[in-house]
Design a protein around this ligand. Structure first.
Ligand code: PEP
Ligand code: MG
Length: 320
């Protein structure tokens, strides 16, 4: 029952054959951290930092950002925190940045593309993160990465922030994991090439689904196409998971699909190491993870991958 699920949610999720799966929370504002812990989050698997950057007339200073990140790390203690650098652009404009009007904003300057176009703002965030993460488990994640060149440029930016902090004699996190979201089809298809360059992947099925099925996530008229359980998406998840593991990296999933209990066995079977979701869905998904062994889940995933459309996948998963 939901009550039992809630009671055991504070414990980590181990599959029936004793594999530990990390279950994190997606957090979009500092007030949600407490709720994440209450629901049993082992970590924050996605901190959407846009709340700091949108709906204001000027950019937040490094110090303002630092204070907010530091409070979040203090609340999470030694639990890992994946902080995604600002995912502005697309349909999320920032008035203080010069942003051209675009015909197709979701195919335009957003996420890491925007960050690389605004180095001072990006540096302020990276410096604030590195300082705030000292003594904690900081994982920095870049959104909307589509090529290998971008990863190299993003890593250069991290090096530059580290050099700035050295020069200032500031204390900052020396150990940090650097990862990317896999939410663009090119990144999924090239994940074997990208894996050696990063510490982890986190699959963003909200955007990946929109791009794979060419279905604008803000357009209700085409929402019937944007199903993250479509075999086309599942095949990409398998590809990304296999590529990560072939290079000894961990792979998570932080799109809405991670919090769908129907999807739990198939995602477990595709080999994900971490699931990150809306806090309220954590207890139920942890319970689902405990119910399956990884071998059972792998058989379920293999079956789902062979189905021909999203409806077949839904019907199959509902029949389990
Ligand atoms: C995603 O695209 O799946 C994701 C988690 O990021 P967002 O929903 O913030 O774009
Ligand atoms: Mg996204």
């Amino acid at each position: 029952t939901n009550k039992d699920a809630f009671a055991s949610a504070q414990q980590p999720a181990r599959t029936a054959d004793d594999h530990l799966i990390e279950v994190g929370a997606n957090v979009g504002a500092p007030e949600q951290v407490e709720e994440a812990l209450r629901q049993g989050a082992d970590s924050i698997g996605l901190l959407r930092t846009e709340f700091l950057f949108l709906e204001r007339d000027s950019a937040p200073s490094e110090q303002e950002q630092y204070t907010i990140y530091r409070d979040i790390f203090q609340a999470m203690q030694q639990r890992p925190v994946v902080i995604r650098t600002f995912d502005i652009g697309g349909d999320k404009p920032a008035p203080y940045l010069e942003m051209a009007k675009e015909m197709n904003p979701f195919l335009g300057i957003r996420g890491a593309r925007l960050a690389l176009k605004h180095p001072p703002l990006f540096q302020s965030q990276l410096c604030a993160l590195l300082r705030a993460g000292e003594g904690h488990r900081l994982r920095i994640m870049f959104p909307m990465v589509s090529t290998r060149e971008e990863i190299k440029a993003l890593q250069e930016q991290v090096k530059q922030a580290q050099a700035t902090l050295e020069a200032r004699k500031a204390s900052y996190a020396r150990e940090v994991e650097i990862g990317i979201m896999i939410e663009v089809p090119s990144a999924a298809l090239m994940s074997d090439v990208l894996a050696p360059l990063v510490d982890f992947f986190s699959i963003g099925t909200n955007d990946l689904t929109q791009y794979v099925l060419a279905s604008d996530r803000t357009n209700a008229t085409v929402a019937y196409l944007a199903d993250a359980l479509h075999p086309a998406v599942l095949r990409l998840i398998r590809m990304v998971s296999d590529a990560a593991h072939a290079h000894g990296k961990w792979v998570g999933l932080c799109g809405e699909l991670a919090g769908n209990p129907l999807a739990t066995p198939v995602l477990l079977g595709l080999g994900l190491d971490e699931f990150s979701m809306t806090p309220g869905t954590i207890p139920l998904v942890k319970q689902r993870l405990r119910h399956y062994s990884t071998t059972q889940a792998r058989d379920i995933a293999l079956h789902a991958l062979d189905l021909h459309d999203a409806n077949e996948v839904h019907a199959y998963l509902a029949s389990l």
